[in-house]
Design a protein around this ligand. Structure first.
Ligand SMILES: [Zn+2]
Length: 69
């Protein structure tokens, strides 16, 4: 179709100015969230196959929503 408006905007969001890991629920510093030990690697940051933990990107921590209820 002829819809070309704003086309490049979505592409810029792919892993640039954002420190979120795949396991994060929110960017660091977001109100109502906090760091938690990564449930996948138990905070070691290592994947069982010897690589970086895919959930926390090797940090051993993930950002999760807290105090929801
Ligand atoms: Zn992890």
């Amino acid at each position: 179709m002829g819809n070309t408006t704003n086309a490049p905007r979505e592409m810029a969001a792919a892993g640039t100015s954002n420190d979120m890991s795949p396991g994060d629920e929110a960017p660091p510093g977001t109100p109502g969230t906090g760091e938690n030990i990564c449930p996948t690697c138990s905070g070691s940051g290592a994947s069982p196959d010897g690589g970086e933990c895919p959930t926390c990107s090797g940090t051993g921590k993930v950002v999760e929503a807290i105090g929801g209820a």
